[in-house]
Design a protein around this ligand. Structure first.
Ligand code: FS2
Ligand code: SF4
Length: 553
């Protein structure tokens, strides 16, 4: 196996024997096989799209297939094998759609180039000719990401694009669950993945496609935001208990609000309290979810602490997206997965009937009454811009001198203490905006307020980077300057592919001087990094003290 798509990749270079995340070599090969099949499917779907033919089943499958290959989502070889078989069916469907729309395999310029490159009939070799072999693992071992391109820089640029598309697919999947899709985004997924099969494209083509991916992701995060707000209202500032109440409990981890809502409906009046975990914390700020009085609080910290924290939660536990880790035997029998998330031997819930989870919760021991500090959530763009006058006045009067967006993923590396230190050292006249699971590094600390404006504003989940962008753009408008001219610094932490696509969105918007850590992606070659430094002045984090000194002059 070879995988270096996430930040914790072995030795900062690549996981080759087993994933640091727990991904076994057979699962890695199955994910590589699936990605290869998806690239073939994308060629047909993309060319069919150019002829005006689309199919929602193919579009949604593409999202789910990509999502299954994101870090910490699908660890189940049986589940992945089933997705691969479905990919073959969808590829056939896309080919039929292409032919019915008047397309011809001979004479299509993309197909001709692919055919020439793979040195065989279109039906002989290459992603378009892919069909599942009897031994899916062996087949996957032959089509790993190291086979993407011979030129390391071009391969690096292709990988940036692929990881960007994977991250965007995750957000697009959440959005489509809420009934929100964009034909343009769905078409781009196919076009971009098809481009990865095109031998005529060079470095700058993939750089440009990556920037386009950032743009499409802004649309996608906007759609997801719209879906969340239409269903649950704008988030409002809300204190969330980190303690537990006496009684039965279900813990929900992941990012999907619709899944949580359905569970809340089905547990109403059953004497079960529902708790959030990890990236589900911002759910408490949504009026349409906080109205459920049995949405009782938030349990535990960020995803990487689950091995030590989840054994202490005596109720049922369900993961609706990443980040799931290998469960200990002590809680495996009360653990469930949902959506694209899967772990071998763990019960997977298809659809929205959560009776198995509820029955398990009722059979589990009660939680004890434990007090816990309240944390404040719910500072989406609507809430922050609702007090924009106050914020602008505080900036003009000098009470607020700087904004720091300290956001992104958390992870197990000790170097991530940087983000805690940074937040602690931020001067008293500065406001911290935060989002995603990296906030657990400091969200229980007391930061106080500036004239009634809390110094720590939790914007929400990673996809609420959309909200952060709205806030930045509105502030720039109020001060009649560009976002890069604001007294705003972005100190980002990355871990998986959703962070990659958010970074692409920020670069697409022309945002400069981002500090990125805890380490730079292993899939970025020195030449590609130089390009990013020259064009965007992106820089690795150093120490909290040095970076603060450099930013504040
Ligand atoms: Fe955190 Fe994991 Fe939000 Fe990432 S819970 S690193 O998937 O998407 O962030
Ligand atoms: Fe390694 Fe990350 Fe790939 Fe897992 S997802 S195998 S930790 S690089």
């Amino acid at each position: 196996m070879f995988c270096h798509q996430c930040e914790q990749t072995a030795k900062g270079a690549g996981c080759t024997k087993v994933g640091v995340c727990g991904k076994q070599p057979d699962v890695a090969a199955l994910q590589d096989n699936l990605l290869y099949g998806l690239r073939g499917l994308a060629c047909y779907a993309s060319e069919a799209g150019k002829l005006g033919a689309t199919d929602p089943d193919i579009d949604i499958f593409m999202l789910e297939g990509l999502f299954a290959t994101v870090t910490n989502v699908d660890f189940d070889p049986n589940h992945l094998a089933a997705v691969i078989q479905k990919c073959a069916k969808m590829k056939d469907k896309a080919r039929d759609m292409f032919l019915k729309a008047g397309g011809h395999e001979e004479g299509s310029s993309l197909f001709d180039r692919i055919k020439a490159f793979f040195g065989a009939e279109v039906t002989g070799k290459g992603p378009m000719a892919w069909t599942p072999a009897t031994d899916l693992v062996k087949q996957g071992e032959q089509v790993g990401i190291e086979t993407l391109h011979n030129d390391p820089d071009i391969r690096s640029a292709i990988e940036i694009l692929i990881y960007g598309i994977k991250g965007m697919a995750a957000y697009a999947d959440h959005a489509q669950i809420l009934g929100k899709t964009s034909p343009e985004v769905l078409a781009f997924n196919h076009q971009a993945l098809a481009a990865t099969c095109d031998p005529d494209l060079g470095l700058m083509d993939f750089v440009n496609l990556s920037m386009e991916c950032g743009k499409q992701n802004l649309t996608t995060m906007g759609l997801l935001n719209e879906g969340n707000v239409e269903h649950y209202g704008h988030p409002v500032p809300t204190p969330v208990s980190t303690g537990t109440k006496t009684g039965k409990g279900i813990l929900v981890s992941g990012h999907d609000l619709k899944m949580l809502e359905e569970l809340l409906k089905q547990t109403e009046g059953k004497g079960i309290n529902v708790y959030t975990h990890g990236e589900m914390l911002p759910a408490h700020g949504y009026p349409g979810l906080k109205k459920y009085t049995h949405l009782a609080g938030n349990f535990g910290g960020a995803w990487q602490d689950q091995a030590k924290e989840l054994p202490q939660f005596p109720g049922a536990i369900i993961f609706n997206t990443n980040c799931i880790q290998k469960p200990a035997e002590s809680y495996k029998d009360r653990l469930f997965t949902w959506g694209c998330t899967a772990w071998p031997g763990v019960t997977h819930i298809d659809g929205f009937d959560f009776s198995a989870v509820i029955d398990k919760a009722l059979a589990c021991p009660d939680l004890a009454e434990v007090s816990g500090k309240d944390i404040l959530v719910g500072f989406g763009h609507n809430a922050v811009l609702g007090v924009a006058d106050k914020v602008i006045e505080a900036v003009k009067g000098g009470a607020i001198k700087h904004f720091f967006l300290i956001g992104g993923c958390d992870g197990a590396k000790s170097g991530r203490n940087y983000y805690t230190e940074f937040a602690e050292k931020v001067p008293q006249d500065s406001v911290i905006l935060t989002l995603a699971c990296g906030k657990y590094r400091f969200n229980k600390l007391d930061f106080g307020d500036i004239g009634g404006i809390p110094r720590l504003l939790d914007i929400g989940q990673c996809n609420d980077a959309y909200s952060a962008i709205q806030i930045a753009v509105a502030l720039a408008g109020a001060f009649d300057c560009g976002v890069n001219d604001l007294p705003l610094s972005m100190i980002l932490s990355w871990y998986e592919q959703k962070a990659v696509v958010i970074l692409l969105t920020l670069l697409h918007l022309g945002i400069k001087n981002i500090k990125l850590g805890p380490s730079l992606p292993a899939f970025i070659t020195p030449n590609v990094l130089n390009f990013l430094v020259e064009n965007f002045n992106i820089a690795p984090i150093t120490t909290a003290e040095e970076d603060l000194k450099a930013i504040l002059g």
